[in-house]
Write a protein that binds this ligand. Structure first.
Ligand code: NAP
Length: 243
């Protein structure tokens, strides 16, 4: 078991990549504090996964609520070893048609949410003098994408935070890395038209969409002791879509 005895907080843990990562971390011996604002989906997942999947309703965009819940997780579970900042949304549109509210929503969840949760968690890791923080970026944050001004800004911004925190917290033995998935089959990409999916597959050297487990496996590696000397990196999980 690669995460035996660890406690991991995973945001957006009720669906897609977050759910798959929760299952994998639990299989590898971790307890998971599964945070999501979709309480019904959390309950459903818990009934399938069992007791190691501890559920906490959390909206990552709410600074004070996040702090209260992270404090409760620490008091319930006694330590926090791993944080996976996975919660995210899309509100796509061309810039000229993008309402301010959609720009703000994506920034407040996908970017500020990571600041909120990490700030609440990192003091516990600093006291432990150990920890791993993993952030969900995207190929879009590195290369841009038509119709995703808000999403690209957030996913690029969090790479800046990842590298800053890797430097800021290295002296506490806290490693900070990001993962940049390409096109992954999850509820987030369910509404993408078949024609676009086919185009993406053609553009991807490995010729297919990724599965949530492909990203979960990258998180597992980066969270495990096998990645002990890796920090400040952005790991692409994209079938070779961009390099
Ligand atoms: P997903 O299936 O939509 O799962 C995201 C989860 O986050 C959902 O349960 C969602 O709840 C939850 N969430 C949304 N806003 C939240 C908030 N404010 N507080 C707490 N939880 C919140 O998406 P996914 O495809 O697994 O994506 C996971 C992460 O990977 C995201 O950051 C995404 O940007 C990134 N990513 C995905 C892909 C891809 O192709 N799928 C590619 C690159 C990067 P609701 O369902 O209720 O909204």
């Amino acid at each position: 078991m690669r995460l035996k005895g660890k406690v991991a907080i995973i945001t957006g843990a009720a669906s897609g990549i977050g759910l798959e990562t929760s299952k994998l971390f639990i299989k590898e011996g971790s307890i998971v504090a599964a945070c999501d604002y979709n309480e019904e989906a959390l309950q459903k997942a818990k009934s399938e996964i069992g007791d190691a999947y501890r559920i906490y309703k959390m909206d990552v965009s709410k600074h004070d609520e996040v702090k209260t819940i992270v404090d409760k997780i620490f008091s319930d579970l006694g330590r926090i070893d791993i944080l996976v900042n996975n919660a995210g949304i899309t509100r796509d549109n061309f810039l000229v048609r993008m309402p301010e509210s959609d720009f703000d929503a994506v920034i407040s969840i996908n970017l500020k949410g990571i600041y909120n949760v990490t700030q609440a968690v990192v003091t516990y890791m600093m006291n432990q003098r150990n920890g791993v923080i993993l952030n969900a970026s995207s190929v879009v944050g590195i290369y841009g994408n038509i119709g995703q001004t808000n999403y690209a800004a957030a996913k690029a911004g969090l790479i800046g935070m990842t590298k800053t925190w890797a430097k800021e917290f290295a002296r506490y033995s806290i490693r900070v890395n990001a993962v940049a998935p390409g096109f992954i089959k999850t509820p987030m990409t369910e509404s993408v038209p078949e024609k676009v999916i086919e185009q993406m597959k053609t553009k991807t050297p490995l010729g297919k969409m990724g599965e949530a487990i492909d990203v979960a496996n990258a998180y597992l590696f980066l969270a495990s002791d096998e990645a002990n000397y890796i920090t400040g990196q952005v790991l692409g999980v994209d079938g070779g879509l961009v390099f």
